[in-house]
Ligand binder design. Structure first.
Ligand SMILES: [Zn+2]
Length: 228
């Protein structure tokens, strides 16, 4: 899906409960007020050509959710990114979702178990690219159903995926990691992200340094492993 191929996972403030202890306010490094993870979908070549150089210049890392739309040219480039600390996530082999102009493979032909098979195949393909076994996942078109059947709990039972990103509007902000479902991590699409930041004037009181890289550039897996 081309629309909203950039999504952000955003955690603002919040309480963190560890091992059943009383929830404590999250202390972000350097007194920051929030953490943001940038995620890019669909293995687009423009991400390799444009987004990655921009991220490198800014000292940022990101998570790229790949389909099997890789070739002999792009695959080594994704492998190189993984070695640099960028994260490669699973976005299925064929990107099945409700039929639309950008989505030629219809999820109407799938059952939840067939989705598991496809996610498993993509996990193996990604293992061949980056050697990782812990994998994050982004639901194609942010749809958690195939042919009208929700497959989140099937995904949970199979244990193929550690964290899964869904969609969300401007309310898709994580404020309490203790209640977050790791297979329904909300994220703002590009349009929602723009609207949210335009409205978020109370958080805009701290000037952003453009000279130093951020202290802890994060990928989705690392970020959630520390918070959830
Ligand atoms: Zn997609």
């Amino acid at each position: 899906m081309i629309k909203n191929f950039l999504r952000v996972v955003l955690l603002v403030g919040g309480l963190l409960s560890v091992g059943g202890a009383a929830a404590q306010p999250i202390e972000w490094p350097h007194h920051k007020k929030a953490a943001i993870v940038l995620t890019y979908d669909d293995a687009l070549k423009s991400q390799l050509d444009t987004a990655v150089p921009q991220l490198r210049r800014a000292g940022l890392k990101a998570t790229f959710f790949l389909t099997a739309d890789l070739d002999y040219i792009t695959l080594p480039r994704w492998r190189k990114l993984a070695k640099e600390g960028f994260e490669l996530g699973n976005h299925t082999v064929f990107h099945p979702c409700i039929n639309g102009e950008d989505n030629p493979v219809s999820s109407d032909r799938y059952t939840p178990n067939q989705m598991m098979r496809e996610i498993e195949v993509m996990n193996r393909m990604l293992f061949a690219v980056d050697g990782q076994t812990n994998r994050t996942y982004a639901y194609p078109c942010t749809e958690t159903t195939v042919n009208g059947q929700d497959y989140v709990d099937t995904l949970r039972r199979y244990g193929l995926i550690k964290y899964a990103r869904v969609g969300g509007d401007t309310g898709a902000v994580i404020t309490n990691p203790a209640t977050l479902d790791p297979l329904r991590v909300p994220a703002l699409g590009l349009e929602g992200w723009r609207r949210w930041f335009e409205q978020a004037t109370p958080m805009a009181d701290t000037p952003v340094s453009r000279t130093a890289p951020p202290p802890n550039p994060v990928t989705l897996e690392r970020f959630l492993a520390e918070q959830v």
